[in-house]
Design a protein around this ligand. Structure first.
Ligand code: FE2
Length: 354
């Protein structure tokens, strides 16, 4: 019977770079035509947001320090557990999930993954101090992944799987950033990974190109594509995410290996939260989810609806719902919970010990 350790972290891309860049996204969003003119004036923001922005430099450094400490705690837990493999749930933001095929979930059965995450910051001012083109290899557990995919499918959950990347040359951001953050001190990473990409972005994975392109699209409606520039079909529901995790748990229980199962993502994202003019995340939605997590009642996430998740800009939270489906009976230890107005996304770090 497998032993399973659960962990949840963020893959916040600006954290690859220096703190002075963390609020660049909100400064960019303020140039969008979709943001009302009055909301481009910080004086009209919520009071807490104004205070955080006024103290941006110091707050960004605290943001980094808390990430670093939390990630170090999570890394230590992984090292102490010494897994045979680490299964990671992460969103695909129009990387491999493109116009040719968009599965709800895709398990990658590969023995190694080239990673090149620092192109995102595109400068040597990054936490590894490397050239932005720096490439490294992450080991994969391809054969084991193949067996897990077979097990999940045989238990009536038809997960998709791949033996190669189709549209993106390197390990996608949710996984490659996690590999950097969990190896912040560059001591090395030897645990083979099994990435499971989740179509968290659902209706907007194509129309927003898996990100914030809706905010900067200048084309008139007449120039937009009837399919690609309109909301598409929904992503997997929270119940589907939970059930996928629960099926995976059944498969893992029948195996002898030691597994870490990880959710890699922040929670509500500003650039996905229309009701907040895409300027700040839905802190109330996240607080409710955090209370459920803290009390060990995270299985309640199965009852969330897609519309509520999308309304909260919390699409990436579906990675955490997958994790909850694997470990509904585990009471997590909260490592840290970071609320923010100006650094795009809320972040949670937790360890689910057996
Ligand atoms: Fe992401």
């Amino acid at each position: 019977m497998a032993e399973i350790l659960g962990v949840g972290i963020t893959h916040y891309p600006p954290m690859l770079g220096y703190p002075k860049t963390y609020a660049n996204l909100i400064r960019g969003i303020m140039h969008s035509k979709l943001v009302p003119e009055d909301m481009k004036q910080p004086a009209n923001w919520p009071k807490g947001m104004q205070e955080e922005y006024d103290d941006e430099a110091a707050q960004a450094i605290i943001h980094q320090q808390r990430h670093k400490e939390a990630l170090s705690t999570v890394r230590q837990a992984i090292d102490d557990f010494a897994p045979d493999a680490i299964i990671i749930f992460g969103d695909d933001q129009y990387e491999n999930f493109k116009e040719d095929v968009i599965p709800p979930f895709n398990m990658y059965c590969m023995d190694s993954f080239p990673a090149q995450p620092f192109t995102f910051v595109n400068t040597k001012e990054n936490i590894w101090g490397v050239d932005p083109e720096h490439k490294f290899s992450v080991p994969g557990a391809g054969k084991l992944a193949q067996q897990l995919a077979d097990g999940v499918i045989s238990k009536h959950f038809p997960i998709a799987y791949s033996y190669k990347y189709s549209n993106y040359p390197n390990l996608t951001h949710a996984f490659s950033n996690a590999m950097v953050f969990l190896d912040w001190e560059q001591k090395g990473w030897s645990y083979p990974i099994i990435p499971i990409s989740v179509n968290c972005y659902g209706k907007s994975v194509i129309s927003s190109r898996g990100g914030a392109s809706h905010l900067f699209d200048q084309r008139p409606a007449s120039e937009k594509d009837a399919y690609l520039d309109q909301p598409g079909p929904a992503g997997p529901t929270p119940q589907t995410c939970f059930n996928m995790g629960a099926t995976l748990r059944q498969v893992l229980e029948e195996r002898p290996e030691r597994f870490v199962v990880m959710a890699s993502s922040g929670w509500s994202h500003a650039f996905l939260t229309e009701k907040n003019h895409w300027l700040y995340p839905d802190r109330d939605f996240d607080r409710a989810r955090f209370k459920e997590l803290e009390s060990g009642n995270h299985r309640a996430w199965v009852d969330l609806e897609n519309d509520a998740v999308d309304d909260a800009g919390c699409q990436e939270f579906k990675n955490w719902i997958c994790l909850s489906g694997v470990l509904p009976d585990y009471k997590p230890e909260i490592v840290d919970y970071l609320e923010t107005w100006i650094f795009n996304s809320q972040k949670c770090f937790a360890i689910f010990r057996p």
